[in-house]
Design a protein around this ligand. Structure first.
Ligand code: UDP
Ligand code: MG
Length: 313
Protein backbone atom coordinates (compact mmCIF):
# COMPACT_ATOMS: atom_id res chain seq x y z
CA UNK A 1 0.00 0.00 0.00
CA UNK A 2 1.23 3.49 -0.80
CA UNK A 3 1.50 5.72 2.21
CA UNK A 4 -0.53 8.90 2.10
CA UNK A 5 1.75 11.89 1.77
CA UNK A 6 1.64 14.20 4.77
CA UNK A 7 4.24 16.84 3.89
CA UNK A 8 4.92 18.36 0.47
CA UNK A 9 7.90 20.66 0.05
CA UNK A 10 7.91 22.96 -2.99
CA UNK A 11 11.20 24.33 -4.26
CA UNK A 12 11.07 26.70 -7.30
CA UNK A 13 14.30 26.38 -9.24
CA UNK A 14 15.79 28.71 -11.81
CA UNK A 15 19.45 27.95 -12.53
CA UNK A 16 20.36 26.66 -9.08
CA UNK A 17 22.46 23.66 -10.06
CA UNK A 18 25.04 24.24 -7.31
CA UNK A 19 22.36 24.28 -4.61
CA UNK A 20 20.28 21.23 -5.47
CA UNK A 21 22.24 18.35 -3.86
CA UNK A 22 22.60 20.33 -0.61
CA UNK A 23 18.93 21.38 -0.70
CA UNK A 24 17.88 17.76 -1.17
CA UNK A 25 20.20 16.56 1.61
CA UNK A 26 18.95 19.08 4.15
CA UNK A 27 15.28 18.71 3.27
CA UNK A 28 15.57 14.92 3.49
CA UNK A 29 17.41 15.07 6.81
CA UNK A 30 14.74 17.38 8.22
CA UNK A 31 11.70 15.54 6.91
CA UNK A 32 12.97 12.14 8.03
CA UNK A 33 12.79 13.40 11.59
CA UNK A 34 9.00 13.73 11.24
CA UNK A 35 8.54 10.00 10.58
CA UNK A 36 5.78 10.83 8.08
CA UNK A 37 5.57 10.33 4.32
CA UNK A 38 6.83 13.34 2.38
CA UNK A 39 7.65 14.55 -1.13
CA UNK A 40 9.96 17.22 -2.50
CA UNK A 41 8.52 18.90 -5.59
CA UNK A 42 11.37 20.41 -7.54
CA UNK A 43 9.85 22.85 -10.00
CA UNK A 44 12.29 23.65 -12.77
CA UNK A 45 11.38 27.09 -14.08
CA UNK A 46 13.15 26.85 -17.43
CA UNK A 47 16.70 26.46 -16.12
CA UNK A 48 19.55 26.49 -18.62
CA UNK A 49 22.46 25.57 -16.34
CA UNK A 50 21.97 21.81 -15.95
CA UNK A 51 19.57 22.07 -13.01
CA UNK A 52 17.04 20.07 -15.02
CA UNK A 53 19.34 17.05 -15.30
CA UNK A 54 20.34 17.36 -11.68
CA UNK A 55 16.64 17.25 -10.68
CA UNK A 56 16.12 14.16 -12.83
CA UNK A 57 19.18 12.51 -11.24
CA UNK A 58 17.88 13.15 -7.75
CA UNK A 59 14.48 11.77 -8.74
CA UNK A 60 16.08 8.58 -10.05
CA UNK A 61 18.01 8.10 -6.78
CA UNK A 62 15.08 8.84 -4.48
CA UNK A 63 11.42 8.75 -5.36
CA UNK A 64 10.60 11.34 -2.71
CA UNK A 65 11.82 13.81 -5.33
CA UNK A 66 9.13 14.74 -7.87
CA UNK A 67 10.24 16.79 -10.85
CA UNK A 68 7.93 19.38 -12.42
CA UNK A 69 9.74 20.66 -15.49
CA UNK A 70 8.48 23.81 -17.26
CA UNK A 71 8.72 24.37 -20.99
CA UNK A 72 10.33 27.77 -20.35
CA UNK A 73 10.88 30.35 -17.63
CA UNK A 74 7.54 31.49 -16.24
CA UNK A 75 8.75 33.22 -13.09
CA UNK A 76 9.08 32.40 -9.43
CA UNK A 77 5.45 32.90 -8.35
CA UNK A 78 4.17 30.75 -11.20
CA UNK A 79 6.70 28.01 -10.40
CA UNK A 80 5.42 27.90 -6.83
CA UNK A 81 1.84 27.85 -8.15
CA UNK A 82 2.63 24.74 -10.19
CA UNK A 83 4.09 23.17 -7.07
CA UNK A 84 0.86 23.88 -5.21
CA UNK A 85 -1.14 22.29 -8.02
CA UNK A 86 0.88 19.06 -7.91
CA UNK A 87 1.41 18.83 -4.14
CA UNK A 88 -0.42 15.98 -2.43
CA UNK A 89 0.48 16.59 1.21
CA UNK A 90 -1.78 17.56 4.07
CA UNK A 91 0.64 20.41 4.77
CA UNK A 92 2.61 22.12 2.03
CA UNK A 93 5.81 24.10 2.59
CA UNK A 94 7.20 26.61 0.08
CA UNK A 95 10.96 27.09 0.29
CA UNK A 96 13.59 28.89 -1.82
CA UNK A 97 16.06 26.53 -3.41
CA UNK A 98 19.14 28.67 -2.67
CA UNK A 99 19.07 27.64 1.03
CA UNK A 100 18.44 31.19 2.20
CA UNK A 101 15.46 29.63 3.94
CA UNK A 102 16.96 26.98 6.25
CA UNK A 103 15.02 23.70 5.78
CA UNK A 104 15.39 22.95 9.52
CA UNK A 105 12.83 25.72 10.24
CA UNK A 106 10.21 23.43 8.66
CA UNK A 107 10.12 21.44 11.91
CA UNK A 108 9.07 24.58 13.85
CA UNK A 109 6.39 25.23 11.23
CA UNK A 110 5.13 21.68 11.54
CA UNK A 111 4.76 21.95 15.29
CA UNK A 112 2.75 25.18 14.90
CA UNK A 113 0.62 23.39 12.29
CA UNK A 114 0.00 20.53 14.69
CA UNK A 115 -1.26 23.10 17.20
CA UNK A 116 -4.00 23.91 14.69
CA UNK A 117 -2.56 26.80 12.67
CA UNK A 118 -3.40 26.71 8.98
CA UNK A 119 -0.85 29.19 7.65
CA UNK A 120 2.56 29.33 9.32
CA UNK A 121 4.75 32.00 7.76
CA UNK A 122 8.43 32.39 8.48
CA UNK A 123 9.37 35.88 9.59
CA UNK A 124 12.93 37.06 9.10
CA UNK A 125 14.50 38.29 12.29
CA UNK A 126 17.80 38.90 10.53
CA UNK A 127 19.01 38.88 6.97
CA UNK A 128 22.57 37.92 6.34
CA UNK A 129 24.66 39.06 3.43
CA UNK A 130 22.08 41.07 1.49
CA UNK A 131 23.11 44.25 -0.29
CA UNK A 132 21.99 47.57 1.22
CA UNK A 133 20.02 48.14 -1.96
CA UNK A 134 18.04 44.92 -1.50
CA UNK A 135 17.39 45.71 2.17
CA UNK A 136 16.27 49.26 1.36
CA UNK A 137 13.98 48.31 -1.53
CA UNK A 138 12.53 45.41 0.47
CA UNK A 139 11.81 47.64 3.43
CA UNK A 140 10.11 50.31 1.27
CA UNK A 141 8.15 47.59 -0.51
CA UNK A 142 6.76 45.95 2.65
CA UNK A 143 5.78 49.28 4.17
CA UNK A 144 4.11 50.48 0.97
CA UNK A 145 2.20 47.22 0.56
CA UNK A 146 0.98 47.41 4.14
CA UNK A 147 -0.27 50.97 3.64
CA UNK A 148 -2.03 50.75 0.31
CA UNK A 149 -3.39 47.22 0.07
CA UNK A 150 -6.49 45.79 1.67
CA UNK A 151 -4.82 42.64 2.98
CA UNK A 152 -2.61 42.74 6.01
CA UNK A 153 0.54 40.99 4.95
CA UNK A 154 2.84 40.41 7.92
CA UNK A 155 6.09 42.42 7.80
CA UNK A 156 9.31 40.83 6.60
CA UNK A 157 7.83 37.56 5.43
CA UNK A 158 8.66 35.92 2.14
CA UNK A 159 7.11 32.92 0.49
CA UNK A 160 8.76 30.58 2.99
CA UNK A 161 5.66 29.25 4.73
CA UNK A 162 3.56 26.21 5.53
CA UNK A 163 0.02 25.99 4.17
CA UNK A 164 -2.61 23.56 5.33
CA UNK A 165 -4.39 21.48 2.68
CA UNK A 166 -7.56 23.60 3.13
CA UNK A 167 -5.61 26.76 2.27
CA UNK A 168 -3.87 25.13 -0.68
CA UNK A 169 -7.22 24.01 -2.10
CA UNK A 170 -8.61 27.55 -1.87
CA UNK A 171 -5.48 29.04 -3.44
CA UNK A 172 -5.51 26.49 -6.24
CA UNK A 173 -8.95 27.79 -7.15
CA UNK A 174 -7.59 31.34 -7.52
CA UNK A 175 -6.28 31.29 -11.07
CA UNK A 176 -5.25 34.94 -11.43
CA UNK A 177 -2.22 35.39 -13.63
CA UNK A 178 -0.34 38.12 -11.84
CA UNK A 179 0.20 36.34 -8.63
CA UNK A 180 1.45 37.61 -5.32
CA UNK A 181 1.30 34.42 -3.28
CA UNK A 182 2.07 35.83 0.13
CA UNK A 183 -0.79 38.29 -0.36
CA UNK A 184 -3.11 35.51 -1.53
CA UNK A 185 -2.25 33.34 1.45
CA UNK A 186 -3.02 36.22 3.83
CA UNK A 187 -6.20 37.11 1.97
CA UNK A 188 -7.73 33.64 2.44
CA UNK A 189 -7.89 34.10 6.22
CA UNK A 190 -7.82 30.94 8.36
CA UNK A 191 -5.69 30.66 11.45
CA UNK A 192 -2.31 32.25 10.79
CA UNK A 193 0.83 32.50 12.83
CA UNK A 194 4.56 33.08 12.36
CA UNK A 195 7.84 31.52 13.35
CA UNK A 196 10.94 33.65 13.32
CA UNK A 197 14.14 32.66 11.59
CA UNK A 198 17.47 33.99 10.50
CA UNK A 199 17.66 34.35 6.75
CA UNK A 200 20.93 32.86 5.59
CA UNK A 201 23.23 33.80 2.74
CA UNK A 202 22.76 32.15 -0.60
CA UNK A 203 24.53 28.75 -0.62
CA UNK A 204 25.82 29.23 -4.17
CA UNK A 205 25.07 31.23 -7.30
CA UNK A 206 23.62 34.73 -7.59
CA UNK A 207 20.14 36.18 -7.11
CA UNK A 208 17.61 35.40 -9.84
CA UNK A 209 15.71 38.59 -9.06
CA UNK A 210 17.31 41.40 -11.05
CA UNK A 211 15.87 44.90 -10.62
CA UNK A 212 13.45 44.45 -13.53
CA UNK A 213 11.90 41.31 -12.02
CA UNK A 214 11.70 43.03 -8.65
CA UNK A 215 9.75 45.92 -10.22
CA UNK A 216 7.37 43.53 -11.94
CA UNK A 217 6.90 41.63 -8.69
CA UNK A 218 6.13 44.86 -6.81
CA UNK A 219 3.64 46.08 -9.42
CA UNK A 220 1.91 42.68 -9.48
CA UNK A 221 1.65 42.80 -5.71
CA UNK A 222 0.16 46.29 -5.68
CA UNK A 223 -2.23 45.93 -8.60
CA UNK A 224 -3.48 42.55 -7.33
CA UNK A 225 -4.47 43.91 -3.97
CA UNK A 226 -5.09 47.63 -4.32
CA UNK A 227 -6.90 50.24 -6.44
CA UNK A 228 -4.90 53.00 -4.81
CA UNK A 229 -2.85 53.85 -7.93
CA UNK A 230 -6.10 54.25 -9.91
CA UNK A 231 -7.58 56.48 -7.24
CA UNK A 232 -4.43 58.60 -7.12
CA UNK A 233 -5.48 60.26 -10.41
CA UNK A 234 -8.69 61.37 -8.72
CA UNK A 235 -6.90 62.72 -5.65
CA UNK A 236 -4.45 64.65 -7.81
CA UNK A 237 -7.38 65.93 -9.90
CA UNK A 238 -9.16 67.21 -6.81
CA UNK A 239 -5.91 68.71 -5.59
CA UNK A 240 -5.17 70.67 -8.76
CA UNK A 241 -8.82 71.68 -9.22
CA UNK A 242 -8.77 72.90 -5.60
CA UNK A 243 -5.67 74.98 -6.25
CA UNK A 244 -7.22 76.57 -9.34
CA UNK A 245 -10.42 77.44 -7.47
CA UNK A 246 -8.35 79.31 -4.91
CA UNK A 247 -5.88 80.74 -7.43
CA UNK A 248 -8.40 82.21 -9.92
CA UNK A 249 -9.96 84.80 -7.57
CA UNK A 250 -6.53 85.58 -6.09
CA UNK A 251 -5.09 86.37 -9.51
CA UNK A 252 -8.17 88.45 -10.48
CA UNK A 253 -7.89 90.50 -7.29
CA UNK A 254 -4.15 90.96 -7.77
CA UNK A 255 -4.80 92.23 -11.32
CA UNK A 256 -7.52 94.67 -10.12
CA UNK A 257 -5.21 96.17 -7.50
CA UNK A 258 -2.56 96.56 -10.21
CA UNK A 259 -0.06 93.86 -9.09
CA UNK A 260 2.34 92.43 -11.68
CA UNK A 261 2.67 88.95 -10.06
CA UNK A 262 1.84 85.82 -12.08
CA UNK A 263 2.47 87.60 -15.35
CA UNK A 264 4.31 85.82 -18.14
CA UNK A 265 4.93 82.39 -19.55
CA UNK A 266 6.83 80.66 -16.75
CA UNK A 267 3.83 80.13 -14.51
CA UNK A 268 1.70 78.94 -17.46
CA UNK A 269 4.39 76.56 -18.59
CA UNK A 270 4.79 75.07 -15.13
CA UNK A 271 1.05 74.51 -14.81
CA UNK A 272 0.84 72.89 -18.25
CA UNK A 273 3.81 70.63 -17.60
CA UNK A 274 2.52 69.64 -14.19
CA UNK A 275 -0.94 68.74 -15.44
CA UNK A 276 0.42 67.08 -18.57
CA UNK A 277 2.67 64.95 -16.37
CA UNK A 278 -0.15 64.00 -14.03
CA UNK A 279 -2.37 63.05 -16.95
CA UNK A 280 0.27 60.89 -18.61
CA UNK A 281 1.08 59.12 -15.37
CA UNK A 282 -2.63 58.48 -14.81
CA UNK A 283 -2.94 57.09 -18.33
CA UNK A 284 0.06 54.85 -17.67
CA UNK A 285 -1.53 53.54 -14.49
CA UNK A 286 -4.78 52.87 -16.35
CA UNK A 287 -2.68 51.03 -18.94
CA UNK A 288 -1.15 48.82 -16.27
CA UNK A 289 -4.55 47.70 -15.04
CA UNK A 290 -6.01 47.33 -18.53
CA UNK A 291 -3.02 45.22 -19.61
CA UNK A 292 -3.61 42.94 -16.66
CA UNK A 293 -7.32 42.71 -17.50
CA UNK A 294 -6.37 41.78 -21.05
CA UNK A 295 -4.03 39.05 -19.77
CA UNK A 296 -6.83 37.64 -17.65
CA UNK A 297 -9.29 37.80 -20.56
CA UNK A 298 -7.01 35.73 -22.80
CA UNK A 299 -7.27 32.94 -20.25
CA UNK A 300 -4.05 31.21 -21.25
CA UNK A 301 -2.70 28.50 -18.98
CA UNK A 302 -0.52 29.86 -16.17
CA UNK A 303 2.35 27.58 -17.12
CA UNK A 304 3.24 24.80 -19.52
CA UNK A 305 4.89 21.64 -18.22
CA UNK A 306 7.19 19.36 -20.14
CA UNK A 307 7.24 16.70 -17.39
CA UNK A 308 5.20 16.43 -14.22
CA UNK A 309 4.03 13.81 -11.73
CA UNK A 310 0.46 12.54 -11.96
CA UNK A 311 -2.16 14.59 -10.15
CA UNK A 312 -4.12 11.62 -8.71
CA UNK A 313 -4.37 11.78 -4.97
N1 UDP B 1 13.21 31.62 -9.11
C1 UDP B 1 12.41 30.98 -10.07
N2 UDP B 1 12.13 31.63 -11.23
C2 UDP B 1 12.61 32.89 -11.51
C3 UDP B 1 13.40 33.53 -10.52
C4 UDP B 1 13.67 32.87 -9.34
O1 UDP B 1 11.95 29.85 -9.86
O2 UDP B 1 12.33 33.40 -12.60
C5 UDP B 1 13.50 30.91 -7.84
C6 UDP B 1 14.97 30.82 -7.49
O3 UDP B 1 15.58 29.70 -8.10
C7 UDP B 1 14.93 30.72 -5.97
C8 UDP B 1 13.70 31.53 -5.60
O4 UDP B 1 12.92 31.64 -6.80
O5 UDP B 1 14.71 29.40 -5.53
C9 UDP B 1 14.04 32.90 -5.07
O6 UDP B 1 14.89 33.56 -5.97
P1 UDP B 1 16.22 34.31 -5.50
O7 UDP B 1 16.90 33.54 -4.42
O8 UDP B 1 17.04 34.61 -6.71
O9 UDP B 1 15.62 35.66 -4.92
P2 UDP B 1 16.19 36.52 -3.70
O10 UDP B 1 16.37 35.57 -2.57
O11 UDP B 1 17.47 37.10 -4.18
O12 UDP B 1 15.13 37.54 -3.47
MG1 MG C 1 17.42 33.87 -2.57
Amino acid sequence: MVQKIVFSIIAPIYNEVGNLPELYRRVKETLEKTGEAWELLMVDDGSTDGSTDEIRNLAVQDDHVKPVIFARNFGHQIAVTAGLDYAKGQAVVIIDSDLQDPPEVILDMISKWKEGNEVVYAQRSEREGETWFKLLTASIFYRLILRITDVKIPMDTGDFRLLDRKVVDVMNGMRERHRFLRGMSSWVGFKQTGVSYKRAVRFSGVTKYPFKKMLKFASDAITSFSYFPLQMAMYLGFFSAGISIIAIPVVIILRIVGSQSFLGQASTLIAVLFLGGVQLISLGILGEYIGRLYDEAKGRPLYIVREAPSKDK
